[in-house]
Ligand binder design. Structure first.
Ligand code: DX5
Ligand code: ZN
Length: 221
């Protein structure tokens, strides 16, 4: 079976108990923590920054932390998150003046690098940087909030990007973010996605392990 990874978004966690909430989903079988950074500028919402990422590391979170930057500009935050212990750092191409340079900064700092495509953003931007990518994140909602509905056209885009990755020969994860749950995870995997962000689908349930095992059961079908 494919190396599927489930990445709960702590955007839907109880922020007052963030360390416990991050550890709880990992204990419940998640593979990594998805960390949504919003700046009330690139997106109309405000969350948390590098100090909070560092606090999770100090708390004892050793799993990969998948930092999704919804900030503009990006380069200062890339540096700060490299310091703070991020494992993956992804950003939106619209938010960087020099995409190639921002990607290089991430890898030079020892993290894995990725680009995030909004629902209406085309795939052209990927063409000349495939060799600098460890992850491509497809937004299946407009960024800024948890709990939105999955935009179906993302499936076609996922199939297209899966082919780009396979044709390139590079080892690049294909991640999806927004409106993912037990009911649609299988269909999304069939479109070529291997890494699944889920916020409200996991954190809005009492039993995190039950949801994650239902997702795994769907992926095993
Ligand atoms: C939205 C964020 C997502 C969000 C997903 O801008 O990037 O990671 O938390 O939330 P759900 O899974 O609830 O759609
Ligand atoms: Zn996200």
């Amino acid at each position: 079976m494919k190396d599927f990874r489930i990445a709960p978004s702590i955007l839907s966690a109880d922020f007052a108990r963030l360390g416990e909430e991050a550890q709880a989903v990992l204990d419940a079988g998640a593979d990594m923590i998805h960390f949504d950074v919003m700046d009330n500028h690139y997106v109309p919402n405000l969350t948390f920054g590098p100090m909070v990422c560092k606090s999770l590391r100090n708390y004892g979170i050793t799993a990969d932390i998948d930092v999704h930057l919804m900030v503009k500009p990006v380069d200062g935050m890339i540096e700060a998150f490299l310091e703070a212990g991020a494992s993956y750092i992804t950003f939106h191409p619209e938010a960087s003046e020099h995409i190639d340079r921002s990607l290089q900064m991430i890898r030079a700092g020892g993290a894995k690098a990725g680009l995030v495509l909004n629902p209406a953003t085309g795939t052209d931007v990927l063409e000349y940087v495939m060799d600098k990518l460890d992850m491509i994140l497809l937004m299946s909602v407009n960024p800024g909030f948890g709990g939105q509905k999955f935009i179906p056209s993302t499936l076609e885009k996922a199939r297209k990007v899966r082919k780009l990755i396979d044709d390139s020969g590079y080892d690049i994860r294909l991640e999806i973010d927004g409106g993912v749950g037990v009911a649609n995870i299988r269909e999304i995997a069939d479109a070529g996605v291997d890494t699944f962000v889920a916020g409200s689908a996991i954190y809005n349930q009492d039993d995190y392990a039950a949801v994650i095992s239902q997702m795994r059961a769907e992926l095993a079908k």
